[in-house]
Write a protein that binds this ligand. Sequence first.
Ligand code: ASP
Ligand code: MG
Length: 404
Amino acid sequence: MSLVVMKFGGTSVGSIERIRNVARIIAKKKEAGHDVVVTVSAMAGETDRLIGLLKEVDENYSLREYDQIVSTGEQASSPLVAQTLITMGCPAVSLTGIQIGMETDGSHSKCRIMNIKGDRIRKELAEGKVCIVAGFQGYYPPTGDITTLGRGGSDTTAVAIAAALKADVCEIYTDVDGIYSGDPRVVRKAKKMDRVSYDEMLELASLGAKVLQSRSVEFGMNYGVDIMVLSSLEEKPGTLVTKEDDEMEQVIVRGVASDKNQAKLTIRNVPDKPGIAATIFSSLAEDAINVDVIVQDVSVEGNTDLSFTVAKTDLNRAMESCRKVSEQIGAGEVLTDEEVAKVSIVGVGMRSHAGVAAKMFKVLADNNINIIMITTSEIKVSCVVEEKYSELAVRVLHEAFVED
Ligand code: ASP
Ligand code: MG
């Protein structure tokens, strides 16, 4: 007999009707002879609703109270699923993060999992029940307080439980039927991938393919959990996120992604001497602003221009931070550009193939798309372009690299 962990997202449990559909999928798995552990998200929109209520009380709410309230979303959806199963004649029990011994650190609203005890789940499974675990939550043992894993955290709950119980597979059911080589709304010929490596998935996830929380993929990679992404609405094969193998290396570009949540800042006339970049980026780090692509121009008469991108949502704060530092270090004005997007090609095959970046630049040039900034990693090349060209860029790159 095998152990399967299944996860259903907010849309999949968004109404009682949908919950009945989910319960049928679960019951079928159980009838096929598997031990089944399920984690669920809150019903669609519920987490946002709860956060909205808390903000109405006080914009500067305490993160402890935030965790207390948002964790109730999953504490409501899990018994609804469990009761639906029981009513259908399938023994089930709902469990909260505390009840399954999901121990985390104490950082409220973005905690990290430290340990899962697992004995409660094992006991319930041994009694023939399906366990329906509230996703996204745990607790901090020294205080006993509830903690949550950050938005989208139920994915990580599922993968962590699969790792702790050494499950055979972790199935993530969602409202899309897998991971695509490009956004199907933009690229007509986007294809569903059968398999994608953890590394590729991490690059694609951080590039805006928001199917899985990145931390769940990291978890899967570290503990060797196979993650299957499938549709809860239609029965068809999904995409397996798994470890890299030789065959994957044959494919140079697995996917093309774009991220419009990018804005560019340029600090003019930065004195070109040791320690300056450290000062600028430390100041941004202190303000918890993540910096993405960085370009420093060639120095002219001891001064250089320094450009980098941040999330659009962080632009105002980043600008303030840069203006302050610029004054301190005697640099010039701070310029911003919100109309940029980052377009990337991703694939583990790039490790063993030359000329991939050159081809990307050529394809963009042939389509008159100007490249503003470039960054690369072992398995990714990203170009910052004018936002209005982002869709065109994705389409032509997909055509050049993925379509055959
Ligand atoms: N309910 C939480 C959220 O909306 C966690 C999750 O759905 O994974 O972010
Ligand atoms: Mg999600």
